[in-house]
Design a protein around this ligand. Structure first.
Ligand SMILES: [Ca+2]
Length: 191
């Protein structure tokens, strides 16, 4: 009786450890840059499932960049993530999406339905490929962009899959001192 109880505790402890590790494997990273026009950016609000701050890697220019990251690892089901920021001037900012893996993970992240309130992004739903040889309009990357239409999109018919160590970029137009809300759906890719 004693042994089985101990075993049970050990098993559940191991299970929760494994769960924690699993949960921390892949997160979504969103970098917003106002470097081009030296816009000063500020975090207004982040949901508890995310963290957000001025981008430390930009060092002396960190006032011109914001990094938002999901905290608890992406699920294989779509989940919505939201954050709010502001710029000190009317401008066009760059937004970059990527995945961050911890440990040995090599999971791509899927993103869909990116929308912006109090600002503007074009083709945030990853649907528009017209007159662009089947490639996504507005989005750019140093690598080719994996556009999927496998029937599992969160909205519309298409979503993107972002491989580890790659990122995709677009532009967001914003107005000075307006709280801009960005929301997107993300999941850990299962393919
Ligand atoms: Ca879509």
């Amino acid at each position: 009786m004693k042994i089985s109880k101990r075993k049970l505790i050990l098993t559940s402890l191991l299970a929760s450890l494994t769960h924690l590790q699993g949960a921390e494997t892949t997160n979504a990273n969103i970098w917003i840059s106002g470097m081009k026009e030296k816009a000063k950016l500020e975090v207004v609000q982040v949901e508890p499932t995310m963290r957000g701050n001025n981008s430390p890697f930009m060092k002396d220019n960190s006032a011109h960049g914001l990094t938002f990251q999901t905290k608890n690892g992406l699920n294989t089901e779509w989940e919505e993530y939201k954050f709010t920021f502001k710029s000190d001037k009317d401008t066009v900012l760059q937004i970059f999406l990527s995945g961050v893996g911890k440990g040995k993970t090599n999971t791509p992240i899927d993103v869909d339905g990116l929308s912006v309130k109090n600002g503007q992004i074009k083709n945030g739903d990853f649907e528009d490929t017209k007159k662009n040889n089947g490639s996504l309009k507005r989005w750019y990357s140093k690598q080719s962009i994996d556009l999927k239409s496998d029937g599992t999109a969160k909205s519309g018919e298409k979503h993107v899959s972002i491989r580890p160590k790659t990122s995709i970029g677009n532009a967001i137009s914003v107005k000075a001192d307006q709280a801009v809300e960005v929301s997107l759906f993300a999941r850990a890719s299962s393919s």
